[in-house]
Structures are given as C-alpha cells and as structure tokens.
Write a protein that binds this ligand. Structure first.
Ligand code: NDP
Length: 296
C-alpha cells in the first residue's frame, strides 16, 4: 500500500511552463524581445532525437523561438565549433544546448566549453560549474535544478536535512550535491565504490537516485518518511506485455512508496521538470542579455 505523497513533476512542470510563457509574452509586448533557444544534435541517437523534438515543441509552446541544428554523425570538430561560434555571436539566440552524448570522435568537454557561458543553458560550461561551486550567480544544470525546485516546494526549507545523492556524474550527481549544499543540507555523495551504500541511504531525509540502474533502490534502502527523488530513466522489457518495453526509474517505486514520505514517479517526475527548467534558464539568459530583471 502506498503511503507516500506523490510529487507530481508533470503538474509542477506545467505550472513552471505557464509562468515562463507569461513572462515571454511580457518581454514581447513591452520590449519587442523573443527569447531564442538553439539545440544542436549530432548524429542519430534515438533517445536524443526524442528529447530534442520534445524540447523544440515545448520551446515554441511557451512563445520562444526554437532553432534546431541537426548535423550528421561524421561532423568534424571544426565544423561543430564553427557552428557554436556562429550561435555565440547570433543576437537572436539566448540559449545554446548541445545534446549529449556526442559521437565518440568529438571531445564533449572542448565543445561544451566553446559555448558562451552566458548562453550555456545546460550549465555544463566549466565557468558555470565553478560559479555554482562557489555560490555565485550562474546557469544551473536543468535536471538538478528541477529536483531542487520540487524539494523546496515539498519541504519549504531544506536546512539541516541529511541528503544522499547516489551518482556522481557532472550532469546530475555533482551539481545536485552543490545545490543541496547551497540549501544547507548535510550532503553525502554515493557511487559505485561506496561501501555499505544501503546504510548510507537509510540515513537520508532526502534521497536522490541518479544511477541509471533499473529499480536498484527499494524500501530496505529508505528511511521511513524520507523524500525520494528518482532521476533515473531506464527502458526495460515490459513484464506483462511480451515484445513491449516500459520506463522505470532507479527506484523500485511500489516498494519505496510503502516506506517513503514522498516520492517522484517515473515517468512524470523529474523528466518534465528538466525541460521546464531548460525553458526557465533560456528566459533567464535572455533577461540577463538585455539587462532586464530576472524572473524568480
Ligand atoms: P552516469 O552514467 O553518468 O552516472 C551514473 C552514476 O551512478 C555514476 O556516478 C556511477 O558511479 C553511479 N553508479 C553506477 N552503478 C552504481 C551502483 N551499483 N551503486 C552506486 N552507484 C552506481 O549517469 P547520469 O548521471 O547521466 O544519469 C543517471 C540516470 O539519470 C540515468 O538513468 C539517466 O538516464 C537519467 N537522467 C535523467 C534525466 C531526466 O531528465 N530525468 C536527465 C539526465 C539523466 P561511478 O562514478 O563510480 O561509476
């Protein structure tokens, strides 16, 4: 039986998008400015194609301009860097996102660090990483930002809570830990080499799963009443329908929900919040570029 509060990321994301849309409408009406987001996709990774399409649709739905640049898988580094340079100079482009992963012959660190940090709406540029780590104004990575917004909405203050982040990637785990530290949590980062990871997790008031292993975390890892945020998106064979697949998180949802105080579902939790935060970051980048007050 489910006792946990379900944190409805889908509904929350719709609210965020609505606020962004209203702000975009005001920017247009009062200043004649339309925020623009350029998304660069290299190659034909099927999951990336789905994400890019969804980002493009949602960008135009909030009234922003969406510029999609689809490049062949054998694009050279020089060609990709030349495109980024062009987008950096383009005044109608306020946000630039290079969809990861890039094909293996391209150096993603080099490519990401070629983006103008002020347009780096993914927050992966080395200077945004440094700004976040030192508590300065930056572009904050979308997935951890979405998680933080849901946590603040649910808890109010996070001060003094024990937070355990499982996963230490540059995209999710590390920036998530920085954000939680910034909100005065006591933060532990667990990973594949952590000892007695279950016991670490059982100490968490806030447990963030960003691992990429289907349903790894079950009720036995969770402190009763804890808030569980499931970042994982894993496609597994459907248990009841042969030949079909289904999406699950890194958390065994039914089991975890019997112990947790609150939990995000997959799908419908972190995923929709990530794209909503991308739109919010693009709006922020546009406001900063024009010296206008930032939306909160
Ligand atoms: P990475 O593969 O880059 O990182 C996974 C992390 O999990 C690593 O730090 C790894 O540890 C750790 N890990 C792996 N196995 C274990 C284990 N058995 N026990 C403990 N830790 C382990 O993944 P990402 O951070 O990019 O993504 C994580 C998940 O989140 C994926 O399912 C991804 O699809 C999803 N995702 C969802 C998004 C959304 O919008 N909802 C956005 C981005 C990602 P180590 O470093 O030691 O190898």
């Amino acid at each position: 039986d489910t006792t946990a509060t379900i944190i409805d990321g889908k509904a929350f994301a719709a609210t965020v998008r609505e606020q962004v849309a209203q702000h975009v409408a005001r920017l247009k009406a009062d200043h004649g400015i339309t925020p623009g987001l350029a998304v660069v996709l290299v190659g034909e990774d099927p999951a990336s194609q789905v994400y890019v399409r969804s980002k493009g649709t949602q960008t135009t739905e909030v009234g922003m301009n969406s510029y999609e640049h689809k490049l062949p898988a054998d694009t050279s580094e020089a060609e990709l860097l030349a495109l980024i340079e062009r987008l950096n100079r383009d005044l109608s482009v306020h946000g630039i996102l290079v969809q990861l992963p890039l094909p293996a012959h391209l150096d993603s660190d080099l490519v990401i660090n070629a983006i103008d940090p002020d347009k780096d709406v993914d927050g992966f540029h080395i200077s945004n990483v440094g700004l976040l780590g030192t508590g300065q104004k930056s572009m904050v990575p979308c997935t951890p930002l979405g998680c933080l917004m849901m946590l603040r909405e649910h808890h109010g203050s996070l001060s003094g809570l024990n937070a355990v982040v499982v996963g230490r990637s540059n995209i999710v785990g590390k920036p998530m830990a920085q954000l939680l530290l910034g909100d005065s949590c006591t933060v532990t980062i667990a990973h594949s080499r952590s000892r007695d990871i279950e016991a670490l997790c059982r100490n968490a008031d806030i447990l963030i799963a960003a691992v990429g292993r289907p349903e790894m975390i079950d009720a036995s890892w969770i402190k009763p009443g804890a808030t569980v945020i499931d970042v994982g998106i894993n496609r597994i064979p459907h248990p009841d329908q042969p030949g079909k697949s289904k999406l699950v998180g890194d958390v065994a949802y039914d089991s975890a929900a019997s112990v947790a105080g609150a939990i995000t579902p997959v799908p419908g939790g972190v995923g929709p919040m990530t794209i909503a935060c991308l739109l919010a970051n693009t709006l922020t980048a546009c406001s900063r570029a024009h010296g206008l007050p930032e939306p909160d």
